[in-house]
Design a protein around this ligand. Structure first.
Ligand code: 6PG
Length: 224
C-alpha cells in the first residue's frame, strides 16, 4: 500500500484534548446505529484526550451503548503503568460508569481479537496518535505489521528500530480502514518533524491510513 495525498481535513487548535472530546461527542450524536463503537489508543496525548472526553461526554454521551476497543497495546500486564488498557480505564472508563462493553487487547490472544474485529461490521470512530517516527497505533516504520495479509484485523508487532519499547499488539491498516471516522491527535513540538512528513505525503505508517473520513486535530506547537 502506498501513501496517499496529503491530508485535507486538518484542524489546528489550541486545545487538542477539547477538540478531540467535541469530535467524539459529535460522532456519537450523529451515529448511524443505536450503539457506538469507539477504538482508543495510548500515549500521553491520549490520556489528556480521554480525561477531557470523560468530562465533556458525561452528559452528552450515553456510555451504556458504547463498545470500547483498543487500537493497540503494549505486551505488559494489564495493570502495568505502560499498559494502554490501564490508561483507558484510569482516564475514561473509571469516570464514565458502565459502558456497553470494553474489549482490552491481550497479546496472548491475538487471534481472539482478530475474530472479534472480523465480527464487527463497522467501527464508528478510531482515535490514533502520531509518533515522532511517523508510527500510528503500533504500526512502526519498516515493521512487519504494516504488511499483514488482507482480511487480517489484529497482529503482534515490534519496532525494528527499538525506539518504541515493548512488543505490541495492533490493529492492522485493513482493520483501521473499516472506520467510519479516524481522528488523529498530534500535540507538542516533538511532533514537528513527523507532521512535516504527514503533510508532504511521505511514506510513513500514519500516511498509509485509509478510512471513510480522516480528521487531523493538531496544535500550534506542531505546525508553528
Ligand atoms: C502507543 C500508541 C501510539 C501513540 C503515539 C503518539 O501505545 O504508544 O497508541 O501509537 O498514539 O505514540 O502518542 P502521543 O500522541 O501521546 O505522543
Amino acid at each position: 500500500m502506498s501513501p496517499g495525498p496529503p491530508p485535507e481535513n486538518i484542524h489546528i487548535v489550541d486545545d487538542v484534548a477539547a477538540a478531540f472530546a467535541d469530535t467524539v461527542v459529535d460522532g456519537f450524536a450523529r451515529r448511524v446505529e443505536p450503539g457506538f463503537t469507539l477504538v482508543l489508543s495510548g500515549g500521553p496525548t491520549a490520556r489528556l484526550c480521554y480525561e477531557r472526553l470523560a468530562d465533556v461526554g458525561a452528559a452528552a454521551i450515553d456510555w451504556s451503548v458504547v463498545d470500547v476497543l483498543m487500537g493497540d497495546e503494549r505486551c505488559v500486564p494489564a495493570d502495568d503503568p505502560d499498559a494502554n488498557q490501564r490508561l483507558v480505564r484510569e482516564s475514561l472508563l473509571d469516570r464514565v460508569g458502565e459502558v456497553s462493553a470494553f474489549h482490552p487487547m491481550a497479546c496472548d490472544a491475538v487471534e481472539d481479537y482478530d475474530q472479534l474485529l472480523a465480527w464487527i461490521p463497522a467501527l464508528d470512530l478510531i482515535h490514533l496518535g502520531l509518533g515522532p517516527d511517523g508510527h500510528t497505533a503500533s504500526l512502526f516504520p519498516d515493521s512487519t505489521g504494516l504488511d499483514a495479509p488482507p482480511g487480517r484485523m489484529a497482529v503482534l508487532n515490534t519496532d525494528p528500530s527499538g525506539l518504541n519499547p515493548h512488543p505490541r499488539m495492533s490493529l492492522t491498516l485493513g482493520a483501521i480502514s473499516r472506520a467510519r471516522r479516524v481522528v488523529f491527535t498530534v500535540s507538542g513540538a516533538a511532533k514537528k518533524g513527523a507532521w512535516e512528513k504527514v503533510v508532504s505525503g511521505a511514506d510513513i505508517p500514519a500516511n498509509r491510513v485509509r478510512a471513510a473520513e480522516i480528521i487531523w486535530i493538531v496544535d500550534g506547537n506542531v505546525t508553528g
